[in-house]
Design a protein around this ligand. Structure first.
Ligand SMILES: Nc1ncnc2c1ncn2[C@@H]1O[C@H](COP(=O)(O)OP(=O)(O)O)[C@@H](O)[C@H]1O
Ligand SMILES: [Mg+2]
Length: 414
C-alpha cells in the first residue's frame, strides 16, 4: 500500500463575517464596528454569532504521488482548504497531517516579497523550502527560463504585470522539487500558451511521483491532470471519487432550467465580475431539449453604462466537463448594435441542436474588447433527448460523445 501524504480529519474553518471588509478610513472602521454592535444588540446576540463555516467536517486521505483535483463552485471552500494545507491559516477544528515538503502557488500575492526583485524572491522562496545555495543556483536558470522573465529578473516584483508575476510564482513553486505541490486556479490567469506549459509541468511533477493538489474551474485541465477528485459544496465534501465521477457530480449540482432564471446574485458568478447579465431563459419545457430540433436562448442584460462591442458568449459542456460547443454573438450572424446601454435581451437561435441525449450545463460570459466583464459558470443544466428514434436498436447517448454525426456504412465494392 502507498504511504499517506496528506491526512485531513474533521477539518473546520470558521470566519466572522465582516472580517474581510476593508475600511478606507478609520472613521469607517469605527462606525462599522458600532453599527454591528448595535445590530447584534438588537438581535439579542453577540457579534460572534455572525460566523460562517468556510469548511466543515472535512476528512480525507491522499496517498503519495496521487494527483487530486479539488472542484466546487465559488465560495465552496477550495482556497481555504489549500491555505490550511500550506499552513497559511489555522483550522478552527480538526487537524491536518502532512508527510513531505510542501510548495504552493495560492492566490496571486502570497509567497513573494513586493520590494524584492525576481532574483531575490527566487532565492528567498528556495531558502524557505530548505534548499542550499548550490541547489538553488542549479535550478535558477530553469525557473527564469520557464517564467520567461530574463529581462526583468532584477526588477522588484511589484513592477511586474500580473502575467509576469504568476509566471514566476508558478515556476518557483513547480521547480523547487517539492514532495507535495498545491496549485490554486493558476490557469485562470495567463495566456493559452502559458496555461498549456503549466499543465505540462504539473503533469510531469505528478509523473515523477510527487503529490499534486490542483484547484481549477477548467474541467478539461482537471480531467487530464488528475486521477482523483474531491468535490466541495458549501464547505462540505460532496464527493470523493475517481476524477470522471467527481466532475460529473460537480456538473450535476447546477439548477435544472425550467423557466426564466434570475442571474442577479448568482452564486457561480466569478469573483470580480460585474453583474451585467441578469437572466437566462430557454424555449424548452421541463428543462428538456431535443436532438436536431431548434433551440433558443434568451439572455437579459442591464448595462448601467454604455458598453461598446459587447460580446455575448454561451458555452455548452457535457457532464464530464468537455466543451461541446460555443456560441459567440460577434463571430456569428448577428444584428445586435455595436453599442448597448440600459436593460434589454439578446436572443440566440440554434437551427438544429447536434447534441446526443444526456445532461449538459451552460456557462455564460460577457466580453468587451480584450476584457471579460461578466462570467457565470454552470448557470444551469438541461437534458437532451431524442424526439424520434430512427437510429436502429442502439441506445445512443452521451457516453458515445457529445454530438451525433450522421454517417452511412457500406461494404466497399471496389
Ligand atoms: N478571510 C476571510 N474572511 C471571511 N470569510 C472568508 C475569508 N476567506 C474566505 N471566506 C469565506 O469562506 C468561504 C469559502 O471561501 P474560499 O475558500 O475562498 O472558496 P473558493 O476558493 O472555493 O471559492 C466563502 O464564503 C468566503 O466568502
Ligand atoms: Mg478560491
Amino acid at each position: 500500500m502507498k504511504k499517506i501524504a496528506i491526512e485531513v480529519k474533521n477539518l473546520g474553518k470558521s470566519y466572522r463575517i465582516g472580517e474581510t471588509i476593508k475600511h478606507d478610513t478609520l472613521r469607517d472602521a469605527v462606525s462599522h464596528f458600532f453599527s454591528r454592535a448595535l445590530k447584534a444588540n438588537k438581535a439579542g446576540g453577540s457579534i460572534n454569532d455572525e460566523t460562517i463555516w468556510a469548511l466543515k467536517d472535512v476528512s480525507f486521505e491522499i496517498a503519495e504521488s496521487e494527483a487530486v483535483g479539488i472542484i466546487g463552485r465559488n465560495g465552496a471552500g477550495k482556497s481555504t482548504l489549500l491555505k490550511i494545507l500550506s499552513r497559511i491559516t489555522e483550522p478552527t477544528e480538526g487537524y491536518v497531517r502532512i508527510r513531505g515538503r510542501v510548495s504552493s502557488l495560492l492566490e496571486v500575492g502570497t509567497g513573494f516579497h513586493q520590494e524584492l526583485t525576481g532574483r531575490e524572491n527566487i532565492f528567498l522562496n528556495s531558502a524557505i523550502l530548505g534548499m542550499t545555495k548550490r541547489e538553488i543556483r542549479k535550478k535558477f536558470d530553469e525557473i527564469v527560463g520557464f517564467a520567461e522573465i530574463e529581462k526583468f529578473i532584477d526588477t522588484p516584483v511589484k513592477r511586474y504585470s500580473s502575467g509576469m508575476y504568476v509566471r514566476l510564482a508558478f515556476a518557483v513553486a513547480a521547480h523547487l522539487e517539492p514532495e507535495i505541490l498545491l496549485v490554486d486556479e493558476v490557469l485562470a490567469v495567463g495566456d493559452a500558451a502559458f496555461q498549456k506549459k503549466c499543465l505540462g509541468k504539473m503533469s510531469s511533477v505528478a509523473k515523477e511521483g510527487r503529490t499534486v493538489l490542483f484547484v481549477s474551474h477548467n474541467m478539461g485541465a482537471v480531467a487530464s491532470l488528475c486521477t482523483k477528485g474531491i468535490v466541495l459544496e458549501s464547505g462540505k465534501i460532496k464527493a470523493i471519487d475517481n476524477i470522471d465521477a467527481a466532475i460529473s457530480a460537480y456538473m450535476q449540482s447546477g439548477n435544472a432550467l425550467i423557466d426564466t432564471l434570475d442571474l442577479r446574485n448568482h452564486q457561480n458568478r466569478a469573483k470580480g465580475s460585474k453583474e451585467l447579465l441578469t437572466s437566462l431563459a430557454m424555449d424548452i419545457d421541463n428543462a428538456t431539449a431535443f436532438y436536431s430540433e431548434p433551440l433558443t436562448f434568451r439572455i437579459g442584460y442591464d448595462f448601467k453604462e454604455k458598453i461598446a462591442t459587447p460580446q455575448f458568449c454561451i458555452i455548452i459542456k457535457s457532464m464530464t466537463g468537455v466543451r461541446a460547443f460555443t456560441l459567440v454573438s460577434n463571430y456569428q450572424p448577428s444584428d445586435i448594435p455595436s453599442v448597448l446601454e440600459g436593460k434589454g435581451e439578446v436572443v440566440c437561435r440554434i437551427n438544429s441542436l447536434p447534441l446526443l441525449p444526456g445532461r449538459y450545463s451552460i456557462d455564460l460570459k460577457l466580453w468587451q474588447p480584450g476584457e471579460k466583464i461578466d462570467d457565470i459558470e454552470n448557470v444551469a443544466n438541461f437534458q437532451v433527448e431524442w424526439l424520434q428514434r430512427n437510429y436502429g436498436q442502439f441506445n445512443w447517448d452521451s457516453s458515445m460523445g457529445v454530438v451525433y454525426v450522421d454517417a452511412k456504412w457500406n461494404l466497399s465494392s471496389k
